[in-house]
Design a protein around this ligand. Structure first.
Ligand code: M6R
Length: 612
């Protein structure tokens, strides 16, 4: 939530900040602001709306080579110019990502000194606190403030008497930094650094970074110098741009063949004519699963939906009980875990507050932890005992697409690797599955070629106010993902139902013309699914049926059973979610476009949810 950037160096700071904010806008987009050091002191400019509207607020003649910028996703206080960051008090001007939980208490204390906030934000209280503690030594003020603040934060701070210097600290919320020819840059996400460097570091929690034109100095709260380890990315600016696509989401949907390939490739070994999963680069020992009495998968949103697929695969292939828990529930549910539990956390960003808290709880209880994460160096990737990266590259659209299929790829690899190690599947069987997995990217490409069909079909959904996804087994797990994708970007109310459960309540919502997307890719439950399709048809539903070419000889598939029929390329049933997911993503995308909505930045949402 919220994107922040700081720059000090040799080029125009306002351009660096505005470009960086545009790249970070996916993190929050209700208002934006910058503060820059000029000859007149620190000057602040803010506006409600997107970063583009901030540009118009800044006079062209503003000259500065140092400043901080923020794009907001409101938590405390409405969307107003006053509540937009940066916030200032006395000598302090700062930007913040996170939530100060004790801000109310602090505000009351500061009020006794006559310091009254102008905005409704928790952030302004932090600026007031720092100013009250500042006597010319930024380190002393920051260290003291940290003792008094509870909650999560990443701050970039300007002190009026420390020209062209930025101080930063974080707890919980992310901050990454790089030193480049142009100067020193710090931001919430690597995408904003990419113009300047592919080498960067994650600012360790409770460490203070001091950015000057020529250096970034990191120290702990006792003044000891810290040398954070450097990370690098192997993608460039084009990976974080639209590259001719109208929206990031459409581009990211099209990147899936490659991101699945990149995720699988480093985890394959070819041995004795077999293709086998291999986790030596990830350094994941086989006994991680062999010793697990139970497995808990925890995550939020789409990442949790990938876990629903993962559960079925692992249980089916490995025969270990698996549960999937919503991270925000799990952390407060006093879950039963011990050292024989394996907790798998899944997160694209690696910074989702609830998922991170669930991971920390699991560790506290002695469970082993494995993270499936996309963003290198993110908090979850660093804190888990083991980490398997998805290699999806930067995902900018709020609606997650390529991260989901890459997460699925990792779950397939996990299920197969450990089923093989446990002797539940022979090398030959595993190799057959691996051949199927390797064929997935090509099959996704075939689906992408049908995008015009989906575009046309989506016209029929555009006027809908309610829509249902139904399926059984893996198709139900995928229905959950189809439903979130559709509702988050089209604003059409939608629900995912286990197809057999409809008649226990939901069928009363099906009336003439209600669109129902029925997923029927699983052979074992196909006739049952078709019976459920007939039930909704009998109540007038407009059915879009998705089936697996491999099962299309099934006699249950009568002509005229549905209004629209989409077929995924023939595959083993286990692999159908990869392919059917792409249809559902395209349906959500085109329906949102026809409705004239902001596909990449839907209302009220943000990409990375770093608050509870
Ligand atoms: O970064 P994470 O994978 O932890 O994010 C979890 C969810 O916030 C995310 O998947 C969200 O549900 C997406 N917007 C769905 O498209």
């Amino acid at each position: 939530m919220c994107g922040i950037i700081g720059f000090t160096g040799y080029i125009d700071a306002k351009e660096v900040l505005l470009n960086g904010l545009a790249e970070l806008e996916y993190r929050g987009y209700d208002s934006a602001g910058i503060a820059v050091c000029t000859e007149r002191g620190i000057e602040t400019f803010k506006n409600v709306g997107k970063v583009a509207s901030l540009r118009n607020e800044i006079p062209a003649e503003i000259q500065s080579s140092c400043g901080i910028g923020h794009t907001r996703w409101a938590t405390h206080g409405g969307v107003t110019k006053t509540n937009a960051h940066p916030h200032s008090c006395g000598k302090v001007t700062l930007i913040h990502n996170g939530i100060i939980e004790n801000y109310h208490e602090l505000a009351n204390e500061l009020a006794k000194e006559g310091r009254i906030a102008q905005s409704q934000t928790d952030t302004e209280v932090a600026a007031m606190l720092l100013d009250s503690l500042y006597t010319g030594d930024p380190y002393a003020a920051i260290s003291e403030a940290v003792k008094r603040l509870t909650g999560a934060y990443a701050f970039c701070i300007l002190f009026a008497d420390q020209k062209d210097v930025i101080y930063c600290i974080r707890k919980g919320s992310p901050l990454v930094a790089c030193m480049a020819e142009e100067g020193a840059v710090i931001a919430s996400d690597m995408v904003a650094l990419l113009r300047y460097s592919k080498e960067y570091f994650v600012l360790p929690e409770y460490n203070i970074a001091k950015l000057t034109k020529n250096s970034i100095m990191v120290t702990d709260l006792y003044g000891n110098t810290v040398t954070p380890s450097m990370l690098s990315v192997n993608w460039d600016m084009s990976a974080a741009q639209k590259n001719g696509f109208k929206h990031y989401m459409l581009k990211e949907i099209h990147e899936q063949p490659e991101s699945v390939r990149l995720t699988i490739r480093p985890r394959i070994k070819r041995e004795n004519g077999f293709v086998l999963p291999d986790f030596s680069e990830d350094k994941i020992p086989d006994d991680l699963f062999m010793n697990a009495g139970r497995i808990i998968i925890t995550a939020c949103g789409t990442a949790m939906h990938a876990g629903l697929v993962g559960r079925i695969l692992i249980e089916r292939m490995l025969r270990i009980p698996v549960t999937v828990e919503i991270a925000s529930e799990f952390r407060y549910a006093d879950p039963i875990m011990d050292e024989r539990s394996l907790v798998i956390v899944v997160s694209q960003s690696g910074e989702t507050a609830d998922t991170l808290a669930a991971l920390r709880l699991a560790k506290e209880k002695g469970a082993k932890t494995l993270a499936i994460v996309n963003v290198k160096g993110s908090s979850i990737s660093r804190e888990a005992d083991y980490c398997m990266y998805t290699h999806a590259g930067p995902e900018i659209a709020v609606a997650s697409t390529k991260a989901y299929t890459a997460q699925l790829a990792v779950f397939y690899l996990i299920a197969l690797r450990f089923a093989m190690a446990a002797g539940k599947l022979s090398d030959k069987q595993v190799s057959e599955y691996m051949n199927e997995l390797e064929a997935v990217p090509e099959k996704i490409e075939k689906i992408l070629k049908k995008r015009d069909v989906i575009k046309e079909l989506s016209k029929r959904l555009t006027p809908a106010s309610d829509l249902f996804f139904i399926g059984r087994g893996l198709d139900y797990a995928l229905s959950c993902e189809g439903s979130i994708k559709l509702k988050e970007i089209t604003y059409i109310h939608s629900e995912a139902y286990a197809a057999g459960e409809l008649k226990h309540g939901t069928l009363s919502l099906i009336t003439g013309g209600t669109p129902v997307i029925a997923l029927g890719t699983q052979k074992d439950v196909f006739p049952k699914l078709i019976s459920n399709v007939k039930e909704v048809r009998a109540r007038g539903a407009m059915v879009i049926l998705v089936t697996n070419e491999a099962n299309d000889g099934d006699e249950a598939l009568e002509k005229g059973i549905c209004a629209e029929h989409l077929v995924i390329p023939a595959c083993k049933d286990e692999f159908a979610p990869f392919l059917a997911a792409v249809y559902l993503q395209l349906i959500a995308y085109y329906t949102s476009s026809y409705r004239g909505l902001d596909v990449d930045q839907p209302r009220n949402l943000a990409k990375s949810v770093t608050v509870e």
